[in-house]
Design a protein around this ligand. Structure first.
Ligand code: FES
Length: 249
């Protein structure tokens, strides 16, 4: 396959960026999108040019590092697929592909396709800890958890914190991410002692980081490569209301 890439190049946080066009030839359909960027970077390096900066780690869809916007869609055109798991067979010979970083106020561009997602870390940190007795591991059946709660907690825990939800949202909201983190602890017995404190702290950190509010657009759930459902935000809202009312009483 021969492709034309239009890639966002930006030397640093304070400099203006622009789309730069590159021609990449003899691309294998079996390559992942990140391997395509590897090929481009090898050619740029050999030509004495600055390679394109992009984030990645596991390349297996589990670390959440590889967030980029491909043809205007976070992680590209395949549903439930991270950019590192997206293969070039989903594109056609002769295609022109736009590659951009996440666009959100809370995720400032560091360089080229790399953004600072430290705002997510601050939300996690605001969630604090869970109270858990130390000692030997308890019997697996000592604390029964209803199956629907266990399933919903596991579903929420699948969030990899990639930020696609924020990039897809017209408000730049981080509510789906925050809701996933609150839900996976809030549905389990171990998450109960700090439940109210946790949701208040995480929402405050979310708003302080510059994320927008949720207006139920639903783009976040569509873009999420792990299928975190929009109903997770409903759980967050219920938890937050209960926590705020509890504090007022
Ligand atoms: S590099 Fe880890 S999810 Fe893509």
């Amino acid at each position: 396959m021969n492709l034309t890439l239009r890639v966002w190049r930006q030397a640093g946080p304070e400099t203006r960026g622009r789309m730069v066009t590159y021609r990449v030839e003899e691309v294998s359909p079996e390559m992942s999108f990140l391997e395509l960027l590897d090929v481009l970077n090898e050619r740029l390096t050999l030509a004495g040019e600055e390679p394109v900066a992009f984030d990645h780690d596991c390349r297996e869809g589990i670390c959440g590092m590889c967030g980029i916007v491909i043809n205007g869609v976070p992680h590209g055109p395949q549903p439930a697929t991270t950019a590192c798991q997206l293969h070039m067979r989903h594109f056609s010979d002769g295609d022109t592909i736009d590659v951009e970083p996440w666009r959100a106020r809370a995720f400032p561009v560091v360089k080229d396709l790399v953004v600072d997602r430290g705002a997510f870390d601050r939300i996690i940190r605001a969630g604090g800890y869970i109270s858990a007795p130390t000692g030997s591991a308890p019997d697996a059946h000592a604390t029964p958890v209803p199956k629907p709660d266990a399933d919903a907690a596991f579903e929420a825990a699948a969030c990899i914190g990639c930020g696609a939800c924020v990039a897809a949202c017209p408000n730049g909201s981080g509510m789906l991410f925050t809701a996933a983190k609150i839900t996976h602890l809030g549905l389990l017995p171990q998450g109960q002692p700090e439940r109210s404190e946790r949701v208040r702290g995480m929402i405050e950190a979310h708003d302080a980081a510059g994320f927008g509010g949720c207006t139920n657009t639903g783009e976040c759930a569509i873009a999420c490569p792990k299928g975190i459902p929009l109903t997770t935000i409903g759980r967050l809202n219920a938890d937050y209301l209960a926590a705020v009312r509890g504090r007022q009483q």
